[in-house]
Design a protein around this ligand. Structure first.
Ligand code: BGC
Length: 531
């Protein structure tokens, strides 16, 4: 079984993680100091958000040089040392690869807009009018009014799917396609284990289409995969395609495109099921989820560095989710909600654990977002998605132990309110408390790794139960797990199948009788004892 199938991923924002030199920004030395923590937690693979030089108009997703490191993070050598240290601990690392666009400060774009005859002009998509590709939606609805921006120097429009400061690359140009392969080679040669490939559906534009998921795009992604398979076997390409299940399936190809894709549609439905106390949204979306190749895997997640996206739900469900989880309008952004997991759950420990339990027991490889393992909060005063990217809270010391810099020099202040602030929510306190959320999450990670059945085995629902129970079997030839979740506010007693014996996988000391009582918002992982 390929390593990523049964891996637990940890998404890490370097700027926010640990500042070793007191300049107010996290850095590679700081990360290396915290690798023992990540190893203790038990995660298998770190996904590093963009670490490249950037004017930070989109927090590093606007890259101004693909072959370097943002100055405050350290040097390339630091990156290499960090990769080695990660591998020394038997962990892996993947980096963000931004394929769709560059920053408007990238030398390619600066040259492209210097004059119309520049050889770099064709690296981007230009037009003398802003009428082309009208059927392509606008993604950053709150900030952009068009996918075209006017360049007054050359008096033409350039194409951008995200911020206008992020011109899209022109994949019809073979030079662009080759450059991206060179970039992959450069970072893979540093020893990383793969990439999380950003915003993949939008590489090509064709008139009369939505400019998403085009055959040309799939062909190029297959070219990327061929290059990686040939030169870096045993690595992973994880695609970010925020699409419906039927559009997502082609991104796995015939084992010749992505090894993994995020399962965007299931994510909001976990929240919806909990809000409604009704398993149906989750059952339905998994029924609609197509089979994937044997050596492929879904990446599942509860939260990430972006808003909790509601693009993959109906208009009605979106309204429900907004009303329920973001009644304060300030939490709404584009088609989503800019909040972290703990505040979304009203800081109800039972619900935070319950959603994590679903993440760890449903099919897919779980991706945790830094800070959610201790229940960090968010900062609504920060613009855009920055409120969910605040400094990691290591201890009750100044700035949560993240940095020794004065507060006004931090890239963003650590959260400091009574409920979610670093004095009450931090790693040190929770490491010392065996009953903490951190220990619970760690136990889930370790237990899941002992139960590879949870990674890929088929799922079989227990259908004859009230709708507030989300219960299912995961079975393969070696292991059987019965995962029980009570999404409702009332206790329920479940009678186990006659003649079968179970042990509590999360708490082996807890006896399992003939019945199991599930208090409100609770869960159990029962492993069948094989004779
Ligand atoms: C990333 C975002 C980013 C966008 C544009 C996304 O999908 O997750 O954070 O703003 O790509 O690069």
């Amino acid at each position: 079984m390929s390593w990523y199938i049964n891996a637990v991923f940890y998404e890490l924002y370097l700027r926010a993680f640990n500042d070793s030199d007191g300049d107010g920004h996290g850095d590679f030395t700081g990360l290396r100091q915290k690798l023992d923590y990540l190893q203790w937690l038990g995660v298998d693979c770190i996904w590093l958000l963009p670490i490249y030089p950037s004017p930070l108009r989109d927090d590093g997703y606007d890259i101004s040089s693909f072959f370097g490191i943002y100055p405050t993070f350290g040097f390339l050598e630091d990156f290499r040392m960090t990769v080695q240290e990660i591998h020394r601990r038997d962990m892996r690392i993947i980096a963000d690869l931004v394929v769709n666009h560059t920053s408007d400060q990238h030398p390619w774009f600066i040259e492209a807009r210097s004059n119309k005859n520049s050889p770099m002009r064709d690296f981007y998509v230009w037009s003398d009018n802003n009428e082309r590709y009208k059927d392509a939606r606008i993604i950053f609805l709150d900030t952009e009014v068009s996918n075209w921006a006017y360049d007054d120097r050359t008096e033409e429009f350039y194409w951008h799917r995200f911020y206008s400061s992020q011109p899209d690359l022109n994949y019809d140009n073979p030079g662009v396609r080759q450059e991206m392969i060179n970039i992959i080679k450069f970072w893979m040669d540093m020893g990383i284990d793969g990439f999380r490939v950003d915003a993949v559906p939008y590489l090509f534009e064709r008139e009369g289409t939505s400019c998403e998921n085009l055959p040309e795009t799939h062909n190029y992604l297959k070219e990327m995969r061929r290059f990686v398979d040939l030169n870096y076997p045993n690595s992973v390409l994880l695609g970010e395609a925020n699409q419906w299940p039927s559009d997502l399936r082609p991104y796995f190809g015939d084992s010749d495109e992505f090894h993994m894709c995020f399962h965007f549609p299931v994510m909001p439905r976990l929240y919806m099921a909990l809000a409604k106390g009704d398993r149906t949204p989750v059952v339905d979306i998994l029924a609609e989820t197509p089979e994937i190749p044997d050596n492929a895997q879904w990446a599942t997640f509860l939260r990430n560095h972006d808003e909790l996206t509601l693009e993959m739900v109906t208009e009605e469900d979106r309204q429900f989710m907004w009303d329920y989880y973001a009644s304060d309008q300030r939490y709404r952004l584009n088609l989503g909600i800019r909040r972290r997991l703990a505040p979304l759950m009203g800081n109800d420990r039972r619900k935070i654990e319950l959603l994590n339990s679903l993440l760890f027991t449903l099919p897919g490889a779980p991706v945790l977002y830094y800070g959610d393992e201790i229940g960090m909060g968010d900062d609504i005063t920060q613009p855009d998605r920055n409120g969910v990217r605040t400094p990691m809270q290591w201890s009750g010391e100044a700035n949560g132990g993240f940095s020794s810099a004065p507060v006004d020099r931090l890239y963003a202040p650590a959260i400091n309110d009574p409920e979610y602030g670093y004095r009450s929510v931090n790693v040190a306190a929770q490491q010392g408390d065996p009953d903490s959320l951190l220990h619970t999450i760690r136990n889930m990670i370790q237990t899941r790794k002992r139960l590879p059945v949870l990674a890929r085995a088929r799922l079989q629902w227990l259908e004859d139960l009230p709708t507030n129970l989300l219960c299912f079997w995961r079975r393969d030839d070696d292991q059987t797990v019965l995962a029980l979740h009570n999404l409702g506010g009332e206790a329920f007693t479940y009678t186990l199948p006659e003649g079968e014996r179970f042990r509590d996988a999360l708490d082996p000391d807890e006896a399992v009788g003939k019945t199991v009582t599930l208090p409100a918002y609770s869960y159990r992982w029962l492993q069948q004892v094989m004779d």
